[in-house]
Design a protein around this ligand. Sequence first.
Ligand code: BTN
Length: 238
Amino acid sequence: MPYKILYFRKLASTNDKAKELLEKGRRNFAVAAEMQTKGRGRFGRRWYSSKEGLWFSIALKLKSADSLKYLTFVASIAVVRAVRKAAKINAMLKWPNDIYYNGKKLCGILTEGIFGKEDFAVVGIGLNVNQKKFPKEISNAAESLRIITNKNFDKKKFLKDILNEFEGLYPLYKNKNFNEIISKWKEYSDNIGKMAEVAAMQKVFCGHIEGIDEDCSLILRLSNGKTARILEGDLRIS
Ligand code: BTN
């Protein structure tokens, strides 16, 4: 295992702890917490982080800071593989950073960069593992492995399995094999070919998903025949 795993009982956010430790000179580690008091998702959203879930961040020193989107894709592939193996379910990837099952979210990934004299990335992963239920506000959208399979999972083992998968895939990022990352990502996603609504930059686009571009953008064919390339947004499959 190339990453030393640092376990904490309670943290504000594992992403913040990973950044703090990187800045202090620590390298090659992952930070996990039983609970987070200020877990966050994309666009600064609150991320529900009770003690039944798996919340961790992988801290990486980057040689060249290529688009972090590829890192998010690498992490998504690692998680979906580990989930499929452990839970024996056909979990899928949803653009840009989700692992889902039956239309509900199992995992989200928040990759953040720190750029300066040296460049770093923190890949934050939140996987819903042993929750029996969720708060009302998110129960329509969130799913856990326990709810799907009726089984409890060993979170520490899960974390190691994900890190092993990640380690095997990380050279694709380091060696800039970005096309391969995208084609592997597509193997686990059924988004392409579906009708979708994408909320992006205060605008909502509706259309047919034609593909994923080489820079990880979503390619949408709109009803007026034009094509939109969307870099960031929330995707709803209709
Ligand atoms: C999203 O889907 O919006 C991304 C959610 C990412 C949540 C994880 S939990 C571990 C790490 N620490 C955080 O504060 N966020 C990420």
